[in-house]
Design a protein around this ligand. Structure first.
Ligand SMILES: Nc1nc2c(c(=O)[nH]1)N[C@H]1C(S)=C(S)[C@@H](COP(=O)(O)O)O[C@H]1N2
Ligand SMILES: [Mo]
Length: 410
């Protein structure tokens, strides 16, 4: 993690708040957005993946659900570079009551609970703390759920419920130190401005252990790829939990609560549970599997410059490239196999943007006529490699397998 003084993003307080005020003006379109949401049709079957440009500050996205918004990044986006453009980074909300207007001057983040001084931080207070910048992959726990066999319930994501950005913000540790965490603190719970649309439904909150919260990496971000966050990605502030699934990356953050016991609220204690097994893998119908809250991400890799079914020319030198990430550790190696996994060739790795970032990989092939099968696998710095067979669990979380792309060659 580097200090951001050299970063050319306009981060003076006035400039950021100035931009934020500009967004305040922009948010005058909010009622129109609310109406548009109501008028958009729902997608049909799981194979139907309509594109939409109807969401504010978002370019072309795959529409999974209108309310609460579920928007997937079209996969082509990942071939353009390791940083996902803000207007095409995926969007996921649990509840549909999302503010469409944020008053940046009165926005406050409460820091409360098991602390010596409860705080109410303005955006200016927050931005006066030392700044840090970090590239990190934001990946939904259910990314790629649509590929689970047998099928499971939940958002039918393809592989585009992930994205990588350079996050600019302040350390959660510094915020907690300002409040002075009392002895005996166990975890920190986070909440945002969104609310359930049905009475009695549990508000979306998540928590992490106190030591994790104070590791100096978890941050409160107000910048994303050199701009402020799009509203739907959590403007003005979101939590970044590097290397962990983004269910913990609470958006529109306005509440930080230090607890002296475990968090027993629904979203941490009951939802987002995975089998406590390697790769979160179990058999359909298996009983008495110990479940734990989802946590660290695992390595994944994808081909990005060809879609399955695209035709290649026989004997032609053909560049092959894609992205990989190590999960909670850096990318150590990316290997490619064109013989069904019998032999593997090391791919060349692109610029290292930090251990939590996407990393580009590339190689070249000269395919023979026939049906080419390209397999790609990533190994992270902890020595963890992608599995040859897909994992399975009832919630469709943490999908992982060596990805295979079939390309006819003629
Ligand atoms: N306030 C709030 N934060 C939230 C959520 C939410 O519903 N409300 N969903 C979480 C989940 S499950 C995911 S996958 C990410 C999605 O982040 P994105 O929309 O910026 O891609 O936000 C997380 N933070
Ligand atoms: Mo998620």
């Amino acid at each position: 993690m580097t200090a951001s003084s050299a970063f050319s993003y306009p981060t003076t307080r006035r400039r950021l708040l100035g931009q934020a005020s500009a967004l305040g003006a922009l948010s005058l379109v909010a009622p129109a957005w609310a109406e548009e949401l109501a008028n958009l049709g729902l997608p049909g079957g799981p194979s139907e993946r309509p594109l939409t440009k109807a969401f504010p500050q978002k370019g072309e996205m795959i529409l999974q659900r209108t309310r609460a918004p579920l928007l997937e990044s079209p996969f082509e986006v990942f071939d353009k570079g390791v940083f996902t453009p803000n207007d095409q980074l995926f969007v996921r909300w649990h509840w549909a009551v999302i503010p469409t207007e944020i008053k940046v001057d009165t926005y406050r983040i409460a820091v409360r609970g098991h602390v010596k001084n409860e705080l109410s931080l303005s955006l200016a207070d927050l931005m006066s703390l030392p700044r840090v910048e970090l590239a990190a992959v934001n990946q939904c726990s259910g990314n790629s759920r649509g590929f689970f066999e047998p099928r499971v319930a939940g958002g039918e994501w393809g592989n585009g419920a992930m994205g990588n950005a350079k996050w600019l913000g302040v350390r959660l540790k510094d915020v907690l130190d300002k409040a002075g965490v009392k002895d005996g603190a166990q975890c920190v719970r986070f909440g945002g401005l969104d609310e359930p649309m049905v009475e009695g439904a549990p508000k979306f909150t998540k928590s992490i252990a106190i030591d994790h919260a104070r590791d100096g990496e978890v941050m409160l971000a107000f910048g994303m790829n050199g701009e402020q966050l799009p509203l739907l990605n959590g403007f003005p502030i979101r939590l970044i939990v590097p290397g962990w699934y983004s269910t913990y990356w609470v958006k529109m953050l306005n509440n930080i609560e230090v607890l002296d016991g475990p968090d027993d609220q629904f979203w941490t204690a009951k939802a987002y549970m995975i089998p406590d097994t390697p790769g979160a893998n179990m058999k359909p119908g298996e009983k008495d599997v110990k479940m734990v809250p989802i946590n660290r991400m695992v390595p994944r890799s994808f081909v990005t410059n060809f879609r399955g079914g695209e035709r290649l020319r026989a004997g032609a030198p053909t560049p092959l490239r894609g992205i990989a990430f190590g999960g909670d550790a850096g990318v150590k190696a990316v290997e490619v196999s064109t013989d069904g996994g019998a032999t593997w060739t090391q791919a060349k790795l692109g610029t290292d943007e930090g251990k939590y970032s996407f990393r580009q990989w590339s190689t070249q092939i000269e395919p023979a006529a026939g049906n080419l099968t390209v397999m790609v696998r990533c190994t992270n710095m902890n020595g963890l490699t992608q599995p040859a067979t897909p994992n399975w669990n009832p919630s469709g979380f943490m999908r992982n397998v060596i990805e295979t792309t079939h390309l006819p060659v003629a």
